[in-house]
Write a protein that binds this ligand. Structure first.
Ligand SMILES: O=c1ccn([C@@H]2O[C@H](COP(=O)(O)OP(=O)(O)O[C@H]3O[C@H](CO)[C@@H](O)[C@H](O)[C@H]3O)[C@@H](O)[C@H]2O)c(=O)[nH]1
Ligand SMILES: [Mn+2]
Length: 724
């Protein structure tokens, strides 16, 4: 029988090029380390400590580089054949799908944006009675409930419109933002009508949010509004489950009489004295709520900003799960994260292209992609902890059979009882069952555990991206997001879930290494910080730390540095980035390492020592001026201080070092400082935007004066400390 999906090796000739580059770079790294180890200065006065530090840093980089090869070595691409699925499965036989959307914060995740996501998920090209959409609101807000109620009404226009004209994308916000007229002029009238309805709805939602009030006359429209009586707030409220559209109800139809997907609002109980486990807690509550309402065998989960950009995504995913040969082994189908708001030159290094097109496929080749928490289809049973056995048969008809036994009110009541604060006490939820608790990267560890129970995962990256989200747009947001990620992955690495221990014997060594690439993001901060500070200080203080130009040992240094960078630039260009974007990415690479990862490392250690508790800072999905301003003020300015200090220090060292070399009358090449000048010079060039922010810019992008001042103090301090 023909397979429902194909697996292709990615790359062809570029794969051989990659491997050639990797092998020669490895040889170079060995030579570099050899030089370091055999040329340690004999006497302490000559900078032996600084030298040994360089040795340690380079050992680390070498080790880390070897680890990263695990997911670079054999990237693969999957292709799903929807036509074969259609030929084998008539619409009636397709399984039901439960779709989970998580939102948490009215301010950084405006309900109107969340509704665009919800609407996009209701309009898959799929039998309409089969998807069931659940919105989890960790903000527990009547405004979000109101927005969902509005969306449920608008869906009656939006669904038939999407299907009739097969439009893409099906997020009304994204669709109407794409152009100011329909592609087919003859549909202008209907197009304008639907657009008008959408805009009016958005306006009503936004103004309700702004005034923090739902008009009294609206509240009478649905019994759900009565849940919000006085004295309830986002941190302290009863469990709320409201079915806004019951797909099993014959009366719930769109304007053309077609069935609508089920739509459910969920706000699990919150009490100040109980820990709610952030998004992982929300996911587990949704798993239980959905089990009594629709109980579909497939679960798709997305973040509230990640709208469906490709209405075929469910059918695509099913090609993997229903494949006769491999399907019974596949636990989840992960899609890469794409952003629709990234500026062309990737100023904050957030373009996910290389990550999505190289690393995730590489992870797939190493044994199966990790679960990244969004854009992922799971099999319910497996997410709930089932171990792999060859004889297990999925019940694909689950959730389809006939009518519910309980009335809708009774069902809601039952669902509510599953989302109380105490429901999970003394159970395996958050541990053996559902999404795991206790780590800021709950998703990664949940995926790892699934793979360790014997299941496979695949990465699907269709030509038309399946999902689109909102990426961070400011430096502060970027730093914060990467802090959470690096910290989350590092704390996993240091826990009993360390891929090398937990995965030992159940997943391949290559796969364990691939997990460690992210797990060891955070500790990269220390050698990087060392590398951007000490050689430059050495330049100023007359301590040579690299081979002289005339020494043959300089060759591997130059080879490794040049080839690595040329290759990474080539790779970026290959995946649709600009050279400028790549350069900006390199700057952000450095900045992330000396800020986010450093903080990630420190916080992980603090947590290990029991000095602090886990948090989850939700990233804002709006770039409203006020909004991001307020947000940025909240972020630790100390991170800016590090960036400014490093930039300034390198400038001072470069100027001072060059002056010294020039006035001493020595030739630069024979001075023994050539590579240090180059390194320091490159750091200065890459930091130009930082100097601009400190001294030239007067707009919002400028560094606060206090930051400049403090960093000047730190530079003076660094200069006065002797190097050994
Ligand atoms: O207490 C919480 C906190 C967050 N969220 C939701 O979790 C999602 C992700 O949060 P966001 O702030 O957007 O984080 P990102 O860094 O963009 O998220 C990435 O990283 C997270 C792990 O750090 C994963 O959970 C996400 O799926 C992944 O997209 C959002 O929909 C939030 O509404 C909750 O439901 N409850
Ligand atoms: Mn997000």
């Amino acid at each position: 029988m023909e397979r429902m999906f194909a697996t292709e090796k990615l790359g062809g000739s570029s794969r051989s090029l990659y491997r050639f580059h990797a092998v020669t770079v490895l040889a170079g790294i060995c030579l570099v380390l050899g030089y370091r180890a055999t040329h340690v200065p004999a006497a302490p006065g000559e900078g032996r400590a600084a030298w040994l530090g360089m040795l340690a840093a380079q050992l680390w980089f070498g080790f880390y580089w070897v680890i990263t090869q695990s997911m670079r070595w054999c990237p693969i691409r999957r292709r799903a054949f929807k036509d074969r699925l259609a030929a084998r499965y008539r619409d009636e036989r397709l399984p039901c799908v439960d779709i989970f959307v998580c939102t948490a914060d009215l301010q950084s995740e405006p309900p109107s944006l969340v509704m665009a996501t919800v609407l996009s998920l209701m309009t898959y090209d799929y039998p309409p009675e089969k998807p069931n959409v659940y919105l989890s609101d960790d903000g527990g807000s009547i405004l979000t409930f109101y927005a969902l109620w509005e969306a449920s009404a608008f869906a009656k226009h939006w669904l038939p419109f999407c299907k009739r004209y097969s439009i893409e994308p099906r997020s009304p916000a994204a669709y109407f933002a794409e152009s100011d007229k329909p592609r087919d002029p003859s549909t202008l009238e209907e197009w304008s009508l639907v657009k008008g309805l959408y805009e009016e709805m958005t306006e009503r939602i936004d103004s309700a949010v702004q005034s923090a009030n739902v008009p009294e006359e609206i509240r009478t429209n649905h019994k759900g509004f009565s849940e919000w009586n006085a004295g309830i707030n986002s941190k302290d409220h009863q469990p709320i489950v409201q079915v806004l559209i019951d797909g099993k109800d014959r009366d719930a139809v769109d304007n053309e009489g077609n069935v609508l997907p089920t739509l459910v609002y969920v706000a699990r109980e919150k009490r100040p004295q109980y820990h709610h486990n952030f998004k992982a807690g929300a996911m587990n509550a949704l798993i239980r709520v959905s089990s009594v309402i629709s109980n579909s065998p497939i679960i798709l989960n997305v973040d509230c900003d990640m709208y469906s950009n490709n209405s075929d995504a469910i059918r695509d995913a099913l090609c993997f799960f229903l494949d006769e040969e491999m399907g019974h082994k596949i636990a989840f189908v992960q899609h890469p994260q794409y952003y629709n708001n990234i500026a062309k030159n990737n100023i904050y290094g957030n373009s996910p292209n290389v990550l999505s097109q190289v690393e995730l496929p590489g992870f797939d080749g190493a044994g199966g992609p990790l679960y990244i928490g969004t854009g992922c289809f799971h099999r319910r049973e497996i997410l709930c902890g089932r171990r792999f056995t060859n004889d297990y048969k999925e019940d694909w008809e689950r959730g389809m059979k006939g009518k519910r036994e309980l009335s809708i009110n009774q069902t809601e009541e039952k669902a509510r009882s599953l989302t109380t604060c105490t429901y999970e006490h003394n159970t395996q939820w958050g541990n053996e069952i559902g999404v795991k608790y206790g780590f800021p990267a709950e998703d990664v560890i949940t995926g790892l555990a699934i793979q360790c129970r014997g299941w496979k995962s695949v990465c699907n990256n269709p030509p038309r991206a399946a999902f689109m989200g909102v990426g961070p747009t400011t430096l502060a947001q970027t730093i914060l997001q990467h802090k959470r990620w690096s910290e989350g992955s590092f704390s996993i690495f240091l826990s009993k879930y360390c891929p090398f221990i937990f995965g030992n014997g159940s997943i391949s060594l290559q796969h364990q290494m691939a997990y460690s690439v992210y797990g060891l993001w955070a500790p990269n901060s220390l050698p990087t910080l060392y590398y951007v500070v000490i050689p430059s200080l050495g330049l100023l203080k007359d301590i040579p730390l690299f081979p002289e130009v005339t020494s043959p040992w300089i060759v591997p240094y130059i080879y490794v540095a040049a080839v690595k960078n040329i290759y990474s630039a080539y790779e970026a260009l290959l995946h649709g980035e600009t050279l400028r974007g790549w350069w900006n990415g390199q700057r952000m690479w450095m900045i992330r390492r000396i800020t986010s990862y450093l903080y990630g490392t420190i916080d992980t250690v603090r947590k290990l020592l029991g000095l602090s508790k886990m948090g989850f800072a939700v990233s804002p999905k709006v770039s409203d001026e006020d909004e991001s301003k307020r947000y940025e003020q909240g972020i630790v300015e100390s991170e800016y201080v590090i960036i400014a200090t490093v930039a300034l220090l390198n400038l001072v060292c470069l100027v001072g070092g060059l002056c010294k070399i020039l006035t001493s009358g020595e030739n630069m090449a024979s001075s023994g400082f050539f590579l240090q000048v180059v390194l320091c010079g490159l750091l200065v060039i890459i930091n130009i935007p930082v100097y601009e922010a400190m001294f030239i810019r007067k707009d919002r992008g400028s560094m606060p004066f206090s930051v400049t001042l403090v960093s000047i103090g730190f530079v003076m301090l660094a200069l006065s400390v002797p190097l050994f």
